[in-house]
Design a binder for this molecule. Structure first.
Ligand code: GLV
Ligand code: MN
Ligand code: MN
Length: 402
């Protein structure tokens, strides 16, 4: 199937008709539909599909045990996410293999297509959970207990979907089979449009992390509780939102409070608790740590000033990633030989490629996003650019797997 045909089938899966955004959360019915779309098309290409112990799905071309060239991305989404984030890399991987098969390419080395699970951390709060488990940077027992907003643990969600959570854990055997990983991804930003480039190559990923802030006060009546008597967690939360923006702007970092849950949630009452998530990213780890510490101390001061308690819990942290330079130069050379001058770009977005980069040579291709918007239904890529991405990926895979 061509990219356009694959895309047409994938597009409606997990999309909310009201918002036009995607709600493809791990181990849900939408996730199962996405997995079966991947399996169906990989098998139609003659690939052998198997899950690994961490719920990632792999499709293999070639039966050699070692030296595999891997590509792929994820199909889970943020709440009301765009259609391309992750999905473009998976559909492009299938379309690139189709191209190579049609061309009669005989791969010397095995090719592996992967669909990573829970890349966004939208359900179980730890982004890149599938690749983190695989590389052993997340403890499997801790992972099994991760609990989403619906109160369901990862272990229970996996069991309900027919996967075995007891098998979660580092996968040295699988990692040992992989020589290189190349992830194609939609651009998340607007650097490529002015460069007139459809395809770019990643330089590295900013260090980033996610912190949960629990402000606890006392529920009270909106019409009778005097201000002086209140212990209102919404106030230090609001101060923290503003402090985060100020601290990040001052240090060239980014800080976002994009999710908040106020309990018990009555419009005519003071909240008893406000749970919020801080996402913080910066060009280097010192700036990230300093910015996060400043925000946390502003949050603590504001909480104390309002008689509210504050607990901060770091849910995830990803150090600075620099992708393999030799691999990047090789990819740039392959694309240049085919007439494509691919710019090299840094990104503040996290990716499974960034996790695998600590273990094997890893690279990323970006496909231009004319809106620059991502994690939103406004995310875009033209069909022509997606096809340019597939051609680029096929060239790279052919070069690496020959
Ligand atoms: C993933 O998209 C992230 O950067 O949060
Ligand atoms: Mn994303
Ligand atoms: Mn992504």
């Amino acid at each position: 199937m061509t990219f356009a045909e694959l895309w047409r089938e994938l597009e409606p899966l997990g999309r909310d008709v009201g918002t036009g955004g995607y709600r493809r959360y791990s181990w849900t019915a939408a996730d199962a539909q996405c997995r079966s779309w991947f399996t169906r098309h990989a098998e139609a290409l003659g690939l052998t599909v198997e899950p690994d112990r961490n719920g990632n799905l792999w499709a293999w071309w070639g039966d050699g045990r070692d030296g595999a060239v891997a590509t792929g991305s994820h199909l889970d989404s943020v709440p009301d996410g765009g259609g391309y984030d992750g999905a473009l890399g998976v559909a492009s991987a299938l379309a690139a293999v189709e191209k190579l098969k049609v061309k009669g390419f005989q791969n010397e080395r095995p090719l592996a297509l992967v669909l990573f699970t829970e890349e966004e951390g939208a359900r179980f709060r730890v982004p890149c959970l599938g690749s983190r488990l695989m590389t052993g940077v997340v403890d499997p027992a801790t992972a099994r207990d991760l609990t989403g907003d619906d109160g369901i643990t990862l272990a229970d969600a996996m069991s309900a979907a027919g996967a075995d959570p007891a098998r979660l854990g580092p996968d040295e055997d699988l990692l040992g089979r992989l020589d290189v990983f190349v992830e194609l991804h939609v651009e998340q930003g607007r650097a490529m449009a002015p460069l007139d480039a459809a395809v770019g190559v990643a330089e590295g990923i900013w260090p980033h992390g996610r912190w949960r802030l629990d402000f606890r006060g006392r529920a009270d009546h909106a019409g009778t509780a005097r201000f002086a008597d209140r212990s209102d967690p919404m106030l230090p939360y609001a101060s923290t939102v503003l402090a985060a923006r100020q601290a990040a702007e001052a240090s060239g970092a980014l800080a976002t409070l994009g999710k908040v849950i106020a309990e018990p949630g009555g419009a005519n009452g003071v909240s008893s608790s406000v749970r919020a998530w801080l996402d913080c990213r910066a060009p280097d780890e010192a700036a990230l740590d300093e910015t996060q510490a400043l925000i946390q101390s502003a949050a603590a001061d504001a909480a104390a000033a309002h008689g509210v308690s504050l607990d901060v819990h770091r849910e995830s942290y990803t150090p600075l990633v620099r992708f393999d330079e030799t691999l990047r130069d090789r990819i740039i050379g392959v694309l240049a030989a085919a007439g494509t001058d691919a710019p090299v770009l840094p990104t503040g977005a996290g990716h499974d490629a960034g996790i695998l980069a600590s273990r094997i040579p890893t690279a990323m291709l970006f496909v231009r996003n004319p809106t620059g918007v991502s994690h939103s239904p406004a995310e875009q890529a033209t069909l022509a650019d997606c096809e340019a991405g597939v051609r680029a990926l096929a060239l790279v895979l052919e070069d690496l797997a020959r």
